[in-house]
Design a protein around this ligand. Structure first.
Ligand SMILES: NC(=O)c1ccc[n+]([C@@H]2O[C@H](COP(=O)([O-])OP(=O)(O)OC[C@H]3O[C@@H](n4cnc5c(N)ncnc54)[C@H](O)[C@@H]3O)[C@@H](O)[C@H]2O)c1
Length: 321
């Protein structure tokens, strides 16, 4: 029998790409999303259903869970902006933490055993050493990372209820699924570097702002670990199979070997488009931006047999098509 996967926030950038891959792999997909940062999208597939729902609306959640028989939840819904998280402290607690508690409540009540959770490299804060291992110190330096850290702890506690989980700490996700034309297209402002460059190239936006050039890195701009959206989605397919087969909870860094500074990303983008990209360096760092985030991925390679297939040139070229 086909397994049914519910994806919260499943019309966002990452959720939509995971749904797309899982539909191709014969799963039934139910997406819930309140569309606060995404647009309605119809997959042409009979195994797909969308229900508009806010994860803070417990009454509606109960109705959905009563009606649908769900085998596994991928919890992607959340508020995701570092700077905003420092301004809207309680809103981030509400959506990210209370929202996750609501999902866990549904799992307990309707006896759903498997969960995949979208955490973030932001839980590490400013790492003490690079590359970062999963067991390294977690000391988030922004409210966004703090909310993800709390959610991880809550999910770990629910192991006692029989909930098996895979927590993915995503690093920087970018690129586009070319076949289905699925790319980062939020309702709100774009704050990620690579989609901002795409906007400058394709929408004739004036310039990129690089926030700070006095980070503790070789060129002074911050260094991030970039993973292609197709590789990231593939990791979720492996995680589903792992949970069903081994019934074991895990925490994985989900990054790749693509670590680059902001200035390097701009240079590489210029090489690809064979043109200059207009950018400005602002002396004002964004509060809560760590110097370097770069994953050690040995754990996920060993246990999930996950090996990213795309490099930074693939990521940038796909993003700019
Ligand atoms: N994109 C990245 O590089 C990255 C890195 C680390 C972690 N993450 C995490 O991955 C997840 C997905 O990120 P994304 O980049 O796809 O962001 P996104 O904003 O594109 O997707 C999030 C989705 O959640 C929905 N949502 C927000 N609040 C909701 C609510 N109360 N009820 C129901 N739906 C709600 C939004 O409408 C949106 O469709 C997030 O939890 C994010 O924190 C993303």
């Amino acid at each position: 029998m086909k397994k049914t996967i519910l994806i919260t926030g499943g019309l966002g950038y990452i959720g939509k790409n995971i749904a797309n891959l899982l539909l191709k792999n014969n799963f039934k997909i139910i997406v819930i999303d309140n569309l606060i940062n995404s647009y309605e999208y119809k997959f042409k597939n009979d195994n797909y259903k969308f229900i508009k729902c806010d994860i803070l609306n417990q009454i509606k959640l109960e109705k959905i869970f009563k009606k649908e028989k769900i085998d596994l939840i991928i919890h992607e819904a959340g508020l995701t902006k570092v700077k905003e998280s420092e301004e809207k402290i309680i809103e981030y607690f509400d959506v990210n933490i209370v929202g996750t508690i609501n999902i866990l409540k549904m799992m307990e009540k309707f006896k759903i055993k498997y969960l995949i959770f979208a955490s973030s490299a932001a839980v590490y804060g400013n790492p003490e050493k690079i590359p970062i291992n999963e067991n390294d110190l977690k000391r988030p330096i922004n409210n966004y990372g703090f909310t993800k850290f709390i959610c991880e702890k809550l999910i770990n506690k629910c192991e006692k209820l029989g909930i098996k989980s895979i927590i993915f700490r995503y690093f920087n996700v970018a690129g586009k699924n070319i076949e289905s034309n699925l790319y980062y297209n939020p309702k709100g402002n774009i704050t990620h570097l690579i989609p901002s460059i795409r906007n400058v190239i394709k929408k004739n936006k004036e310039k990129i702002i690089i926030y700070g050039n006095n980070f503790n890195t070789k060129d002074g701009t911050c260094i991030r670990d970039y993973i292609h959206i197709d590789d990231l989605a593939q990791a979720h397919l492996l995680a589903i199979n792992y949970l069903f087969k081994y019934q074991k909870s895990e925490i994985f860094n989900l990054g790749s070997k693509n670590k680059y500074s902001n200035l390097e990303i701009i240079k590489l983008s210029e090489n690809i488009i064979k043109n200059k990209i207009n950018f400005e360096i602002s002396k004002n760092k964004r509060k809560g931006d760590p110097d370097i985030l770069y994953a050690n991925t040995k754990n996920i390679e060993k246990k999930l047999k996950f090996h990213p297939t795309k490099n930074i040139i693939d990521i940038l070229s796909d993003e700019f098509i």
